[in-house]
Design a protein around this ligand. Structure first.
Ligand code: HPA
Ligand code: MG
Length: 221
């Protein structure tokens, strides 16, 4: 019997993916600041290994892996490590180069987004004719990524693909779906594994739902 077509991510919006934090080690300084664990660190690593397999099976030439800071840093580091351990369909290791960008998006209304990006014009010109893989932590509304992709077109990369560890299932989404996705998460604020709340929680290994206490404690004054 034919296998049902799988969704291209693990859907952790389902109830079964909600673990009491007592089952895991949470850093003492965040014990009261997180609710349930949504994605344990081990599952993140296993999923990244699969994304690395998909990526190495689709590329043979040097890939420029472009990390969107700061949130994408941990995913970028672990994904690149996994890619280095795999072979392409030609049985060779995949050569990778690195780029790091910070992106700020500005939008005047719901439909138009413009980005400000931390690379110089000279650095951007280096994207010409390259195969680019943008690595992002989370796609929420999708506006920043759509605007970034639009912006990069002017620099004529050969191909641009996007890997995002998470996509949020939110009614605010503009429908953008990345090429490689780890998990679909519920429309809640998630932290950990470098995803932050006002720059806190990056030093938490698991991806968790922030608690009301944590939200109040680390709110901007
Ligand atoms: N957590 C952290 N950063 C984010 C989120 C989130 O849920 N959505 C967009 N950026
Ligand atoms: Mg991000």
């Amino acid at each position: 019997m034919a296998k049902d077509r799988q969704e291209p991510w693990i859907d952790v919006t389902q109830e079964k993916f909600n673990y009491d934090s007592d089952y895991f080690v949470i850093p003492e300084h965040y014990e009261e600041d997180v609710g349930n664990v949504l994605i344990p660190h081990g599952l993140i690593m296993d999923r990244i290994n699969k994304l690395a397999q998909l990526i190495t099976s689709e590329f043979n030439e040097r890939l420029t892996v472009c990390c969107v800071l700061k949130g994408g840093h941990q995913f970028f580091a672990d994904l690149v490590n996994a890619i280095k351990k795999r072979s392409t369909q030609k049985g060779k290791t995949l050569p990778v180069s690195f780029e790091f960008i910070r992106v700020k998006s500005y939008h005047n209304d719901q439909s138009t987004g413009k980005v400000q990006i931390s690379l110089s014009e000279d650095e951007l010109k280096d994207f010409k004719d390259k195969d680019i893989l943008i690595v992002e932590d989370i796609i929420d509304t999708g506006r920043t990524m759509k605007a970034l992709l639009e912006f990069l077109k002017d620099y004529q990369p050969r191909t641009v693909k996007v890997a995002s560890l998470l996509v949020k299932k939110t009614p605010k989404s503009n429908g953008y779906i990345p090429d490689y996705v780890g998990f679909a998460v519920p429309d809640l604020f998630v932290v950990g594994y470098c995803l932050d709340y006002n720059d806190y929680f990056r030093d938490l290994d698991h991806i968790c739902i922030i608690s009301d206490k944590g939200r109040a404690k680390y709110a901007l004054q």
